[in-house]
Ligand binder design. Sequence first.
Ligand code: FAD
Ligand code: NAI
Length: 511
Amino acid sequence: RSFLQNLGRVTLAGVIVSGGTFYYITQRDRHPGLQLPHDDSKKTIAILGSGWGASSLLKGLDTEEWNVVVISPRNYFLFTPLLPSVAVGTLDSRSIIQSTRYITRHKKRAVKVIEAEAQDIDPVAKTITLSDHSPIVGATSTSTINYDYLVYAVGAETQTFGIPGVKEHACFMKELGDAEKFQGQLMDCVETAAFPGQSEEEIDRLLHMVVVGGGPTGIELSGEIHDFLEDDLKSWYPELAERIKITLIEALPSVLPMFSKQLIDYTESTFKDAKIDIKTKTMVKEVKDKSVIVESNGQRHELPMGLLVWAGGNTLRPLTKKLMSYFPSTQTNRRGLSVDNHLRLLVPSTSPDPTGSSSIFALGDCTASSYAPTAQVASQQGAYLARLFGQMAKREKALSRLSELAKADVADPVKDEERKKEIDVIEKQLARAEQQRPFHYSHQGSLAYIGSEKAIADLPFGSGNLATGGVATYLFWRSAYLSTLFSLRNRTLVASDWLKTKIFGRDVSRE
Ligand code: FAD
Ligand code: NAI
């Protein structure tokens, strides 16, 4: 009995301590201390975007020596790897976003966050023109701000190749609104198929879900739709569920070209078991209201469908093209902005930048580099830039102290000796600060969820690669993403959503 009493006491103490710690951390996060105000004597860094690259930079940036302004049309960070889970209601949309102000209000110096879209950048005048495109617009909705340094991290938009009907009739899977729209349309298709008197042909059309693009976005979404069908729709709509069909269309000979061959085979066989029809070497030529025109082996076919999701890859945003047009001799890569190995925009030697070296940095999906356009790359680049700005701040501080010391008129020989020593130390510091290390990417592996509680992973292992797939990899996938989520709030919400879905299933009501 005494053992049980002791166990009870220890458990109670554990619950109190962990509850208290949890409460302390959450309250500290909610009520951070006072921040330093904007300082006119400091230089201004303008950051465009609030995605992976920009948020990682903001997280690591010491703002004490800078005035920082963040401009983005969305005032939050979106954890894209879990977006397909939101599309079928496994997770709530609020669980995978984190307000940008949550990051900025923990900074030493207050950071200005402006919810707006950058419309134009003038690299000579160092200004950004921005405008508010949100549904509620005030009397003033355009503005121009000055910068000393610009960090360009606006990501990419979905590539449609100008294929007719894609923009008009397809859903996308890039932003939170895309996932929410998809969820509503999926349920609308199912409810419309259940409408009394619907013809058999129309029911089959409405229940045909087409995913275009066999990259990781298309694969993960197809897997999630399959889970929704198996776990929930089958019990809520038993008369319809068997007729729901998922087709994945890919122009290349195989899906997931970035994964190793055995994982591609594993994904294809898992999809076969899950009755997801993969059509490779099939190119979408047109998307209509109720059908999609595809071409394979030189033959065109029309596939009736209820819902089509377009996951055809990335392309540049118009603003990025505009920025490139200012530097036609150095910005020639059609995949994105060219940067040097310190992430500075490549500008001609006769650059319009009067300082001679570019004051624009670019990172993430808007750049053309040897790395894949992934969150991993963008966040490592953001962290690198935070360190680079840290070094630059030290350099600026040292330079200003140096000019103070150089001007000082010290009559006392002892004090003059001290002054010379300090100059010596600062010059050494400056020499070190000049040697800024280039960006180095460390690949942590590729992971993707393929449905049926299975995931695939290509992980660097020693000097080679470990390719693994299955249920254990799925548990690893979950724990890896849970730990990389932005905040304790996100981690708590996602974990409780997973539990909620396991216990109660996904919600089938349509908003
Ligand atoms: P983004 O994160 O896209 O951020 C761009 C920011 O710029 C946004 O805040 C946007 O609102 C803002 N912006 C846009 N236009 C303007 C403008 N005119 N002015 C100012 N701001 C602007 N990668 C992985 O490594 N692992 C994964 O598991 C993974 N899963 C993914 C799943 C999905 C469904 C998707 C779509 C992508 C996934 N990716 C994944 C890729 C990853 O999301 C991107 O590589 C990453 O978001 C790139 O970061 P970024 O900062 O360059 O751009
Ligand atoms: P993607 O570029 O990887 O794949 C798009 C696919 O669509 C291509 O295979 C292309 O052949 C196909 N396609 C394009 N047009 C087509 C047409 N008309 N008909 C048929 N097929 C067509 O794009 P995705 O999946 O959106 O990924 C974008 C980036 O985000 C990639 O770099 C990817 O690595 C990353 N990402 C990573 C994830 C992960 O690591 N789990 C998850 C999602 C995205």
